[in-house]
Design a protein around this ligand. Structure first.
Ligand SMILES: Cc1ncc(COP(=O)(O)O)c(C=O)c1O
Length: 350
């Protein structure tokens, strides 16, 4: 990141080409069938680029939602004035592929289906393969938000029937924030020419730009791309997606063991819990206050997340990023100190 490359400079163009090729290889995707398209901005910009540029005139989406990121997709479609239907399941339950099948069978106007892989609202893992099979059998295009899972959890694009997948620079690939990327099935994207409802988020034009001169159409986050190139090298050095996923799973096991031993209760059943982020119910003890807890940890350089559940007060702890079980142990030690200092005994209060 300390190098300052010109965005039209040959060295930067080569970096972008390498990053795009490595993304495909991490996705296990073939360059003939898929293309990777970096999109400036946060992950949300990448998601919005799919809705804004891949919806045909008269098209309709089915959003499969069980959390805040599914609901954000719904908001985007509202803002774009694109028709949609929603199948919702509770935040602690993965969507049911049969319900998706019924929704598709009941409405032939639906052309596209979208789902979140790891719903970071809770940390639940949704079965993108089962839902994808249903969409594929019914000839619908399929879009997966893999923001918080891509790079650590294997995703078989072909087996899932994925036409569009979105993730970002700063989650499991461990780059710095600055851009997202779309992995698109070439045949699907090629059919979208002329559909874009946004100039800057037009994916087909972006891809044409990359393929014409290797450049972004508009100023790219050059430093974030350089950092990402290094982050991809480190991902490959670590042993790729499987090894990274194993480290995260271990982080999460250490976390959950320690948290439950102290008396915290996880929100999700373990059978649907992923290794990315875990939700814990806020203890009922009046002495336990989230803001105070957060500040206590943050002042020790330990950063957690507030809860995002609609149903119960909670907080979340992420186990991804450049952290190991030792970092998790340090967090657990600080949480234990907090409980002792505030005189909170979760074993008695629950
Ligand atoms: C599943 C999922 N989708 C979308 C987003 C939005 O990404 P961003 O905050 O980069 O816009 C996030 C962020 O955590 C996420 O976890």
């Amino acid at each position: 990141m300390q190098r300052d490359l010109g965005s039209r400079d040959q060295r930067f163009i080569e970096t972008v080409a390498r990053v795009r090729a490595r993304l495909l290889s991490i996705a296990g995707a073939d360059d003939e069938r898929y293309a990777s398209i970096p999109v400036q901005g946060a992950g949300t910009f990448g998601i919005e680029s799919v809705f804004a540029s891949c919806t045909p005139p008269g098209g309709k989406w089915l959003i499969v939602s069980n959390g805040a990121y599914g609901e954000r997709m719904v908001r985007m479609l509202d803002m774009l004035a694109v028709p949609y239907a929603v199948t919702r399941s509770p935040e602690n339950r993965p969507p049911d592929a049969t319900a998706v099948a019924s929704a598709l069978d009941a409405d032939s106007r639906i052309t596209h289906v979208a789902i979140v892989h790891c719903e970071t609202t809770t940390g639940i893992m949704n079965d993108i393969e089962a839902v994808g099979r249903v969409a594929q059998q019914r000839d619908r295009r399929y879009f997966v938000d893999a923001m918080s899972s891509f790079g650590a959890i294997e995703i078989d694009l072909e087996a899932c029937g994925i036409d569009y997948l979105v993730s970002s620079s700063n989650k499991c690939i461990e780059g710095v924030p600055g851009f997202s990327f779309v992995i698109a099935r070439r045949a699907a994207l090629a059919s979208t020419r002329g559909w874009a409802r946004s100039l800057s988020l037009d994916l087909q034009s972006s891809l044409e730009g990359f393929e014409k001169n290797g450049q972004f159409r508009f100023t790219p986050p050059t430093h974030a791309i350089l950092a990402f190139d290094q982050a991809l090298t480190e991902l490959l050095d670590e042993g790729g997606v499987a090894a990274r996923g194993a480290r995260y799973r271990h982080n999460r096991e250490v976390l959950h063991r320690g948290m439950t031993a102290m008396g915290f209760r996880g929100y999700l059943e373990e059978s649907v819990q992923g290794p990315i982020i875990s939700t814990y119910l806020l203890p009922a003890d009046d002495a336990f206050e989230f803001d105070d807890f957060y500040d206590y940890l943050s002042s020790r350089d330990l950063v957690i997340y507030p809860g995002k559940l609609t149903q119960a007060p909670s907080f979340r702890i992420g186990t991804i990023g450049r952290i190991t079980a030792e970092n998790v142990e340090r967090l657990l030690g600080a949480i234990e100190d907090y409980l002792v200092e505030r005189g909170i005994d979760l074993q008695n209060h629950g």
